[in-house]
Design a binder for this molecule. Structure first.
Ligand code: HPA
Length: 276
């Protein structure tokens, strides 16, 4: 067990990143399965492998690479997490949210979180992008369990506006400008790694969930805890209203790749608008 405090660990990670670059990101992004190529569009990129950042864990999942890319996008300073670690890989919740805390300590005020998700609601189709308006944490764990560091955030942080309403408006406006329909919905996080059974899909729909995935919620809780604004976007990679997914992880990556141009336009537009 480490004897260093969380604040010291965050400081060490920031120091390691500062060996590479002085960029202060305005906006941070976490890119989900198959959506990582946006990081290739960053100008003057500085890429820091997770293995060089103390406290960062490396994902074992195919399609998830591990590095932080800092640079500019749409004229704004950004930091992008290419790949994330998941609860189902066996990582502790505190490891999953550590990068969010480091992004905040680097200066980021806003977090864009993206993921691949299964569509529960009837009208959702493969390739749809869904603006996350709220979430249900059904992972069976909360990332803030344990001692609370008041320097980072409050013991009992509210989640009523975790997905910042003003940023939802920005996303709607950008989608309209880009010219595609942005669906909206509630994201439920399951721990995974097994996909949902038919009974679980029925239950999740009745609970009020529109899309289901295995990520994003811990990071959003951590971001809201430390006072960051959050905007979340799911890419529907498979639909569940006709029954459980038989899709492989490769199918998920393929569907995400198809939605990529719209997704990239949306996220770039959001980044551009955020500085205004
Ligand atoms: N269920 C859970 N997570 C997912 C799915 C799904 O159907 N698709 C992509 N991530």
């Amino acid at each position: 067990m480490s004897t260093r405090s969380l604040s010291e660990m965050i400081e060490e990670a920031v120091k390691a990143i500062r060996q590479y670059t002085d960029i202060v990101p305005e906006t941070a992004m976490i890119l989900g399965s198959g959506l990582g190529s946006l990081a290739d569009q960053v100008e003057n990129p500085v890429e820091v492998p997770y293995k060089d950042i103390p406290g960062f864990s490396v994902s074992t999942v195919h399609g998830h690479v591990g590095s932080m890319v800092l640079g500019t996008l749409e004229g704004r300073n950004v930091a992008i997490l290419k790949g994330r670690v998941h609860y189902y890989e066996g990582h502790k919740m505190e490891s999953i949210i550590f990068p969010v805390r480091v992004l905040h300590a680097l200066g980021a005020k806003t977090l864009v979180v993206t993921n691949a998700a299964g569509g529960i609601r009837q009208d959702l189709k493969v390739g749809d992008l869904v603006l996350i308006t709220d979430h249900i944490n059904f992972m069976g764990a909360n990332p803030l369990v344990g001692p609370n560091d008041e320097k980072i955030g409050p013991r009992f942080p509210p989640m009523s506006t975790a997905y910042t309403p003003a940023l939802q408006e920005v996303a709607r406006k950008v989608a309209k400008e880009v010219g595609f329909t942005l669906a909206e919905g509630v994201y439920v996080a399951m721990s995974g790694p097994s996909y949902e059974t038919p009974a679980e899909i029925r239950m999740l729909g009745r609970m009020g969930a529109d899309v289901v995935g295995m990520s994003t919620v811990p990071e959003t809780i951590a971001a809201a805890h430390c006072g960051m604004q959050v905007v979340g976007i799911s890419c529907v990679t498979n639909v569940l209203h006709k029954g459980p997914s038989t899709d492989t992880h490769e199918d998920v990556l393929k569907a995400a790749a198809e939605a990529k141009p719209r997704f990239i336009n949306l996220v770039r537009g959001i980044v551009r608008e955020l500085g205004n």
